[in-house]
Design a protein around this ligand. Structure first.
Ligand SMILES: [Zn+2]
Length: 251
């Protein structure tokens, strides 16, 4: 398992909240799971067990690079969720109020955004690629948490490793999509880069989260080739090697 932030400060940050969270790394094996008609991949189940979680209580999401958040309970344990309110098409965020129900998503350059409200015990996990960032999937996840009576003033957020602005270079057609976020567009040596975590931070604070409650792991998936998969760097093999992000309220 990857040491997020660094372990000491993550432990300190989570102390007394009853929440535990983490991310697999390459050595943990392929985590990808996109077909609900086949069982959870063995490496994924093994990783969950290794971090003390029961695979049959872990809820997974069939990702779609959109902004829909599904509220889940123990009934969805062990399943790959594709629907919100009975409508298919994929899910990019999971939210629950149930202790012991682990929320999981996979990432390979996209931002994992871990969210929890220590007071209500409600947790959320969002998968935000650049399309999901444009669609404000983080804000939608917070909305779903508040539908379950979380309060934004206490919500804590951790943005995990992803394709950072050192490597998220875009062409003009993608740059144009980010016109509303001009303060997060970086021009360097004739190229254009976008700071996705800067945009997500802005969206989190606009949704009501206190800036001091937002943490960030500093690593870039492209830069850290030894332990992190990067779709931008490695192409489709990175999808097979995608990391599993999880969050659970233990008690
Ligand atoms: Zn980088």
């Amino acid at each position: 398992m990857l040491k997020l932030m660094n372990h000491a400060s993550l432990d300190e940050w989570l102390a007394g909240t009853g929440v535990t969270l983490g991310l697999s790394e390459r050595v943990d094996g392929p985590m990808r799971w996109v077909d609900s008609t086949v069982p959870m991949p063995a490496a994924r189940a093994r990783f969950l067990e290794r971090v003390g979680l029961r695979p049959e209580r872990a809820v997974s999401a069939r990702l779609a690079h959109g902004n829909r958040a599904a509220i889940v309970t123990a009934a969805e344990g062990g399943r790959l969720i594709e629907e919100v309110d009975g409508i298919g098409g994929g899910v990019d965020a999971l939210v629950t109020s149930v202790p012991g129900v682990a929320l999981t998503i996979t990432v390979a350059d996209c931002l994992p955004v871990f969210l929890f409200d220590p007071v209500s015990g409600i947790i959320g996990l969002a998968h935000a690629g650049w399309r999901g960032v444009l669609a404000d999937v983080a804000g939608q996840t917070i909305q779903a948490m508040c539908d379950l009576e979380a309060h934004t003033e206490g919500i804590r957020a951790l943005i995990g490793p992803h394709l950072r602005s050192c490597h998220f270079q875009v062409q003009p057609e993608v740059e144009a999509e980010f016109a509303a976020y001009g303060n997060h567009i970086i021009r360097r040596d004739g190229s254009v880069f976008i700071d996705l975590s800067g945009i997500v931070r802005q969206q989190l604070t606009e949704a009501g989260i206190q800036p001091e409650n937002i943490q960030e792991d500093p690593r870039c998936t492209f830069c850290d080739s030894s332990s992190l998969p990067s779709y931008r760097r490695d192409g489709s093999t990175a999808l097979d090697q995608a990391m599993l992000a999880y969050i659970v309220r233990v008690h």
